[in-house]
Design a protein around this ligand. Structure first.
Ligand code: ADP
Ligand code: MG
Length: 351
């Protein structure tokens, strides 16, 4: 609700992090062509930081004097925001650090959060430069609201923080394989989907989740997750099927600019929207689901292989020895993984 919205301090000092390699390699030109003038017009002081390599932003944010900044804004794809959020959570003062308002400007080929934020503002769908302008405008308005994060626990004991998605199987494969088509922009996901459909695979694994209605009331800092080696509690649901085409946990409305995956999702609904597709789905049926997703119509396809649950936590244990797991579109170590929601622990600039 709007009661949770606040405004960033004025005049506000913004750090804008740009990944010059993201998308078609034009993020800097997007800044000078569309955003710079807008910020000047709105008298918003900013400092531009151009990343030089992967994890540059993560390191920088981990060590930065955050009292110097009123917001951190990313002009890139979702990958650079993933770095920034994890850089903030790496800090000893993470509880305070993660409160800094975060902003997103779409400059990558995967701009799921930008598409979601635009959607939450109840504006009609927009793509490319139009989406960028919409997000730039929101930045100038300076409204801030809560953002859920999901902690992801890996077998190596590593813990990551995610704002978008955890994917295994078809979606993860498409995301990573399609990176080689990054130069075509957002359409890379459709290209990747068509290529992957031709070599459709089944992945074996065990999936379990904590349904919303079974979840205890979350107080700050309490964990819903048992040890990864321990069995899941009785309140969890263990999925009977072990043959999947995909498992996707998503906590924003859009998986990509043209994939409206969760019709009812909000930035701070406190939910993990868990989708899975079981083996046996035909190629045309799977393609239909992804095409219907452009308008959020996949759940109305009546596909018996598609399951959707609202959950607070989940665990996935792949049995298939090799495969891909992605968090916010970035590859993580393959193996057992579990995750839980942390409602509203971050803050996001939105309309
Ligand atoms: P895209 O949507 O085009 O994939 P991302 O923002 O997701 O754009 O960035 C892609 C990858 O590039 C991410 O893994 C990110 O961490 C990494 N990255 C960030 N800055 C740089 C840089 N300067 N050079 C190369 N890679 C970078
Ligand atoms: Mg990316």
């Amino acid at each position: 609700g709007d009661d949770k919205m606040s405004r960033v301090r004025r005049p506000c000092r913004i750090m804008i992090l740009v990944n010059p390699q993201s998308g078609r390699g034009q993020a800097l030109q997007l800044f000078t062509g569309h955003i710079q003038g807008m910020l000047t017009e709105a008298s918003v002081p900013y400092t531009l930081v151009i990343t030089e390599h992967q994890n540059h932003a993560r390191e920088l944010v981990r060590k930065a004097d955050l009292s110097q900044w009123d917001a951190l804004v990313i002009l890139s794809g979702d990958g650079l925001l993933f770095e920034v959020i994890n850089g903030l959570m790496d800090r000893e003062d993470w509880q305070e650090a993660i409160q800094i308002p975060l902003g997103i400007l779409p400059g990558g080929s995967g701009n799921a959060l930008a598409a979601s934020v635009h959607h939450y503002s109840q504006s009609p769908p927009a793509w490319n430069e139009e989406l960028l302008l919409s997000c730039g405008f929101m930045l100038c308005k300076g409204l801030v609201g809560p953002l859920d994060l999901v902690s992801v626990h890996l077998a190596s004991k590593q813990r990551l923080f995610s704002f978008l998605s955890l994917a295994w199987g078809f979606v993860a494969d498409v995301d990573i394989e399609s990176e080689k088509y990054r130069h075509v922009g957002a359409i890379r996901f459709l290209m990747g989907t068509l290529v992957r459909l031709a070599s459709l695979r089944v992945y074996q694994g065990r999936l379990a989740y904590l349904p919303v209605k079974e979840a205890p009331k979350l107080s700050k800092g309490n964990s819903l997750l048992p040890d990864l080696e321990q069995p899941v509690p009785d309140t969890w649901t263990v999925v009977k099927e072990e043959d999947f085409v995909l498992v996707l946990a998503i906590y924003q409305s859009h998986l990509a600019e043209d994939l409206w995956t969760v019709p009812g999702a909000m930035a701070d609904d406190g939910l993990i929207h868990l989708f899975y597709v079981t083996a046996g789905i035909s190629r045309p049926a799977l393609l239909r689901l992804f095409l219907a997703m452009e308008k959020g119509g996949h759940l109305a396809c009546g596909c018996p292989h598609l399951v959707y649950e609202k959950v607070k936590a989940l665990r996935l244990e792949p049995i298939t020895p090799q495969g891909m797991i992605t968090v916010d579109g970035e590859v993580v170590e393959y193996g057992p993984v579990q995750a839980q929601i942390h409602p509203g622990i971050a803050r996001l600039m939105r309309g």
